[in-house]
Design a binder for this molecule. Structure first.
Ligand code: C5P
Length: 321
């Protein structure tokens, strides 16, 4: 492993390197059930893939090597703990081969931002290695490996829109039209997903509802939200957006309240924390309003950057070799 941010060379591409593009996600509904005995939470998690992308290139190498370039890459581990490296190792192990690959990640998805950037890189690495090594692994087996790697990884492979149940990994694809126009306010620094779930549990205990599966009913997808995705109606989607982790993210990062307010005042139909945060997501009625919200947010100093993006976006896709 090396920490150098060296792009894969043209020579690498010529020798059979494979590049995969993979989208970020926003959770348009994140209904969180009680804490299970295994520590995870049952979810009704409606994922929507959005057009902010990372690219992962898998190139031939001796041994497993990982490099990265782009936004915030100093906060990504460039060793075997990186989820993309674990994806390559898991695929190689399944086929009984050595995980010989140089993975190069070009990051545009916020790091630790609640937009599944790490999960996206893992799904992309899996697809890229499968093509590089000529394995032709069946889609179901790839999805199984994704689920072992993390709750959000299967969705990064699939894209579009999907309902995630169980801990989020049991996916049902959803009908979705669009485009939906979003703006994402990137925060300075990330939030740890386990810490946000712990805070959610703590707030539930404090409020007296309890935090286990005996205290909280199994969550279900909201039919009005699914209909809004199907018809592509941003006003109906705005009315149905919901994130049970938002209170916990705000409790850990109170400054996000000002970010949410700024985007709403600038014309967003609705604002919510994306997943476990701290990225804030704003749904706009059209592309012009999205551009205006992004400018207002950028000038407000309540976030590091504001990025317009449309949804739905396709899942992990091989760009070429
Ligand atoms: O599955 P993943 O590795 O992305 O989950 C990261 C952490 O988020 C878990 O270790 C757990 O603390 C929390 N989590 C949870 N319930 C879920 C998904 C994640 O408690 N359904």
């Amino acid at each position: 492993m090396t920490a150098a941010a060296t792009p894969v060379s043209d020579a690498g591409r010529a020798s059979g390197a494979v590049t995969v593009r993979v989208p970020a996600k926003v959770n348009v509904q994140l209904a969180v059930g009680g804490r299970r005995p295994d520590g995870f939470h049952d979810l009704a998690n409606v994922f929507l893939a959005v057009g902010l992308y990372d690219e992962v290139t898998a190139a031939p190498a001796d041994g497993l090597r990982i490099t990265a370039e782009g936004r915030d890459t100093e906060n990504i581990p460039l060793d075997a703990t990186n989820l993309a490296a674990r994806a390559a190792a898991a695929l190689a192990a399944r086929h009984g081969i050595a995980p010989d690959v140089h993975l190069h990640i070009v990051k545009d998805i916020p790091v630790a931002g609640g937009m599944a950037g790490g999960s996206a890189d893992a799904a992309a690495a899996l697809l890229a290695c499968d093509a590089l090594w000529g394995l032709d692994t069946p889609r179901d087996a790839l999805l199984e490996i994704c689920a072992e790697l993390g709750s959000d990884v299967p969705f990064s492979l699939v894209g579009g829109a999907a309902l995630g149940e169980g801990r989020g990994e049991l996916l049902t694809p959803l009908e979705v039209s669009g485009p939906f126009h979003w703006v994402f306010a990137v925060a300075d620094g990330g939030l740890s997903t386990p810490a946000v779930y712990r805070e959610c549990d703590r707030l539930r205990q404090e409020s007296g509802t309890g935090d286990t599966i005996d205290d909280i009913p199994v969550p279900a997808a909201d039919p009005a939200l699914l209909a809004a995705l199907r018809t592509g109606d941003p006003h109906a989607l705005a009315a149905a957006l919901g994130n049970d982790l938002q209170a916990a993210a705000l409790s850990l990062r109170p400054a996000l309240a000002a970010t949410l307010r700024t985007g709403t005042d600038a014309g967003a139909l609705a604002a919510l924390v994306s997943g476990s945060g701290p990225t804030c997501a704003f749904l706009a009625p059209d592309a012009d309003t999205a551009a205006k919200i992004a400018t207002t947010l950028t000038e407000s100093a309540t976030c590091l950057a504001a990025r317009p993006a449309t949804a739905p976006a396709p899942g992990a896709t091989v760009l070429g070799r």
